[in-house]
Design a protein around this ligand. Structure first.
Ligand SMILES: Cc1ncc(COP(=O)(O)O)c(C=O)c1O
Length: 442
């Protein structure tokens, strides 16, 4: 308790302007913001500016950015080629009421990269992307229900707002997880339409899927369980999902809104498993609001207005030209060697954190894939959502505040990602800060 207070005290001392801004913000915005997923106790820092791999808060504190807007800013903040392309596009118009070549450029780049993409469509968020993959699956199969993994986050629309950061105490046995609404205000049918499977428990998940085989339009899964902990799927888990869906007339959907970061073709390239549909977001828009979904042509045909269309899809800002050029410029800069370099540096960070924890005799599991990492204070291997839920949340929060105090920004559950601007020296600084904070909090 004394330790908690000391980390909190430092935070309060460092962030008086953020606190004042937050208190003012609360007058006009519930909780002082528009994004609950980035709130932390006692209040978040307010960012004044971001440049390269640094963010500066309202108190002038400069921090190394190891989260990059929840994994989005893969080239860091304000990459010159992207800023130039955006300025040029802005001079030609910000938003149009007819298609432009900008969207074809990004569509081609994505179809060339993503193994499952014959065709793609753009949205303004990852939420809309997963919504459309599920809607397409229902339209294509004529079935209603779908399966998702416990702990899987697929955005904020109703269907997927089930069993996300769920308390295991209210979620049934690990072998038979039950759907738990992740929000107030959901219609009752939402939980009835979802089948929950345990992530990475291949045999149990297969059994549950078999029990519902005739009902399922789709299985949607993150190949790397993302915001909840950055836990990569076991290859056999994804293989099983591919086989099951193929054998039972349902579609396999990969939600790669985060995991598209791990290779040019996303995690589906890394694992060698090609889903029927894939949702993307975050890095694809180069820092602008974006989502994309795509897959097999016979499914994507549902969206073709010259053939119907059977699935409705509109959106004033879909394929906004500024977003499209920022995204295309970003994609072109992301060559295979960039991904290799990012993965190597991130592995250095993972090893560094493990080393510090070993030396300070603190049980830890460091997970991740490619440029994604998750730090979990637990001695047991972390493979499933229940493993994540069992970690030491109190130490995690002290470490998070401590890292902020030492000039490092990660997500409040200690997940993070690297940008291409992070150097070996920055990793060494991260590990030094981590050691310092762990020394005073273990
Ligand atoms: C895996 C995954 N899917 C979907 C989403 C939703 O994307 P957005 O926040 O753009 O709606 C997120 C957001 O973090 C995500 O991590």
């Amino acid at each position: 308790m004394v330790r908690t207070d000391s980390e909190l005290e430092r935070y309060l001392q460092l962030t008086p302007n953020s606190r004042a801004l937050w208190e003012d913000a609360r007058e006009y915005l519930p909780g002082g913001d528009s994004r609950n997923s980035i709130f932390w106790n006692p209040y978040p820092i307010f960012i004044e500016s971001a440049s390269g791999c640094h963010v500066v808060d309202a108190d002038g504190v400069d921090r190394l950015d190891f989260i990059n807007t929840m994994t989005t800013m893969i080239l860091g903040h304000g990459p010159e080629p992207v800023l130039r392309a955006v300025a040029e596009q802005a001079s030609k118009g910000l938003a149009y009421n007819a298609p432009s070549r900008t969207q074809v450029r990004l569509a081609k780049l994505l179809c060339e990269r993503v193994p499952s993409f014959d065709q793609v469509r753009f949205t303004n968020s990852g939420t809309e992307a997963t919504l459309n993959t599920l809607r397409a699956a229902r339209a294509f199969t004529g079935r209603q229900r779908f399966a998702k993994a416990e702990g899987g986050y697929h955005g904020t629309h109703d269907s997927v707002s089930v069993s996300v950061r769920v308390d295991p105490a209210s979620a049934g046995d690990a072998d038979n997880p039950r759907p738990v609404p992740a929000s107030a205000g959901l219609p009752d049918y939402v939980a009835l339409d979802v089948v929950i499977i345990p992530f990475n428990e291949t045999q149990t998940a297969r059994r549950i899927l078999e029990e519902n085989r005739e009902d399922l339009a789709a299985v949607i899964v993150e190949p790397v369980l993302g915001s909840v902990g950055m836990v990569p799927a076991d290859p056999e888990f994804l293989d099983m999902l591919r086989d099951f869906t193929q054998d039972n007339g349902s579609l396999l959907i990969f939600d790669e809104v985060i995991s598209f970061r791990v290779a040019q073709g996303g995690a589906q390239e890394t694992y060698g498993v090609t889903p029927d549909l894939t949702s993307l977001g975050k890095i694809v828009g180069g820092g602008f609001p974006v989502g994309a979904f795509g897959g097999r042509k016979d499914i994507m045909d549902l969206y073709d207005p010259t053939r119907g269309p059977r699935v409705s899809h509109a959106g004033t800002f879909n394929a906004n030209p500024v977003t499209m050029v920022a995204g295309a410029t970003t994609m072109e800069l992301l060559t295979p060697s960039v991904y290799r370099n990012l993965a190597e540096l991130t592995e250095t960070l993972r090893q560094g954190v493990r080393k510090v924890c070993t030396e300070l005799e603190t049980p830890v599991q460091v997970t991740g894939l490619g440029s994604l990492f998750g730090i979990h204070f637990t001695s047991a291997e972390v493979r499933t959502y229940r493993d994540i839920a069992a970690e030491d949340a109190d130490l995690r929060h002290r470490m998070f505040l401590g890292l902020l105090n030492e000039g490092v920004l990660v997500a409040s559950n200690l997940v993070g990602s690297l940008s291409t601007l992070i150097t070996e020296e920055d990793i060494a600084d991260f590990c030094a800060a981590f050691r310092k904070v762990l020394e005073r909090n273990r």
